[in-house]
Design a binder for this molecule. Structure first.
Ligand SMILES: Cc1cc2nc3c(=O)[nH]c(=O)nc-3n(C[C@H](O)[C@H](O)[C@H](O)COP(=O)(O)OP(=O)(O)OC[C@H]3O[C@@H](n4cnc5c(N)ncnc54)[C@H](O)[C@@H]3O)c2cc1C
Length: 398
């Protein structure tokens, strides 16, 4: 409870991708996690294990429960209906909860199904966070089988670290259209900018970023946009936002969501040892084969496809992009009943400035990325959580 996909990992090799000093859970108390991390011998500029951050969140939740104002229910919510000006949420054990206000904090949605693997059989792991993924990693560690990771972002990084930590010494191929992998954090001299000094429009922004990166370094240039990211995103029109998602997003993601230097070193060493290969290319099709699956893929720039056998393939393409395809029954029920609407980009829910998605209904975090874009990491979500909490209190007059 409280840890979600990101912080329920038990794997010591899984580190935060934000420095400890940026990870306080509280909008008004920036050092809350740093103090916790320093007690364990950590450095505020360092990258804590994600399982430690999970324990920190668990302690906060324990306090909330001990206060008597919070009750935890270990169930899945399967639907929500408006009744008598409030909400009735039905749970998968058949019970129901009545509430005056409903806040949706359901996080990222399971990855998109990959058409090319439609008939690949059980050796294709659809959800890298599910139980069958952990079992596959354990089996691979024992057999040393060759692995295909589809996607080369942060999910790929986690899988590679899990395989390495489990003792897998076989080959891993990680493939994506452009073969871009997350860049490493490093110290840099910040170069803050004023909102008024930034250009309007996507084209102007990209030109500015290139020029500024040459002057102050790309890390300083990218991070200087952080305090302005919500108004910048909202200043783009819908077509510019779509163009960003289609063309610029892979570059933005690898520069903006960086990995800890020690994680980058592990990947670098594995590439140098020939254990990990990053491929730019496309999957054509996959089919079951004895002890695994056979995959046809085309390397970027190569004419003929390559066919290779893998013991397992994992979907590492990251969270679902299209909210209309969510498999979460609660979201499905709200979308189908017209209680919430997909945002103009179809990547989350339509919300207003206070993150309201409907009558006495709020949405938080990744669900609201159509409106804010940069709203998937703790430093942004904690600010939003504070705004939503205030708004709920105002609405209910509590
Ligand atoms: C692998 C990974 C690593 C990350 N690392 C970092 C990091 O280092 N720093 C950082 O700032 N951000 C990181 N993030 C981003 C992360 O999304 C946020 O930090 C944060 O965890 C999002 O919180 P959330 O509460 O919105 O969603 P989540 O933490 O995903 O929590 C959602 C919860 O809702 C539950 N749920 C969903 N549907 C239902 C339902 N129908 N009924 C009942 N419960 C339901 C889920 O089981 C889960 O417990 C990472 C993300 C991932 C996936």
């Amino acid at each position: 409870m409280g840890r979600g996909v990101a912080y329920s990992t038990t794997e010591p090799a899984h580190l935060l991708n934000v420095r400890a000093e940026g990870m306080s859970a509280w909008a008004g108390d920036p050092d809350s996690f740093t103090h916790r991390f320093e007690r364990e011998g950590g450095d505020r500029r360092g990258f804590a294990q994600r399982r430690l951050f999970g324990r920190y969140l668990g302690e906060i939740l324990d306090e909330a429960v001990a206060s008597g104002k919070t009750r935890l229910i270990h169930s899945g919510a399967v639907s929500a209906a408006c009744e008598d000006g409030g909400w009735v949420v039905r749970l998968d054990d058949g019970s129901a909860v009545a509430a005056d206000a409903l806040a949706l904090g359901v996080g990222n949605q399971e990855p998109e199904a990959l058409g090319a693997f439609g008939s690949a059989g059980g050796r294709f792991i659809r959800n890298p966070w599910a139980e069958d993924a952990r079992a596959a990693v354990a089996e691979l560690a024992a057999t040393g089988g060759t692995v295909l990771l589809v996607g080369t972002g942060l999910t790929m990084v986690d899988l590679v670290l899990s395989l390495d930590a489990a003792g897998h010494r076989g080959r891993i191929i990680a493939l994506s259209r452009r073969g871009l992998i997350p860049r490493s954090h490093a110290d840099f001299e910040p170069a803050p900018v004023e909102r008024a000094d930034l250009p309007q429009g996507l084209r102007g922004m990209l030109r500015w970023l290139r020029r500024r990166s040459a002057e102050v370094g790309w890390r300083a240039a990218v991070d200087s946009l952080r305090p302005h990211s919500h108004p910048l995103w909202q200043g783009l029109d819908g077509e510019e936002q779509r163009r960003f998602l289609r063309h610029a997003r892979p570059w933005w993601d690898v520069h903006r969501h960086r990995i800890a230097p020690e994680v980058a070193r592990t990947l670098h060493d594995m590439i140098a040892e020939g254990r990990l290969e990053i491929v730019a290319g496309r999957i054509i099709t996959a089919r079951p084969a004895p002890d695994g699956l056979e995959v046809d893929f085309r390397r970027r720039g190569a004419g003929a496809p390559t066919t290779e056998n893998f013991a397992y393939a994992f979907n590492c393409t990251g969270p679902l992009h299209s909210i209309a395809r969510t498999r979460d029954p609660l979201l499905r029920s709200l979308l189908d009943a017209g209680r919430v609407r997909a945002d103009h980009l179809g990547i989350g829910l339509e919300v207003d400035d206070e993150a309201r998605a409907g009558e006495r209904l709020w949405a938080l975090g990744p669900l609201t990325k159509g409106r804010y874009w940069e709203i998937i990491a703790v430093p942004d979500i904690r600010e939003q959580a504070a705004v939503v909490a205030d708004d709920i209190q105002r609405e209910l007059g509590a």
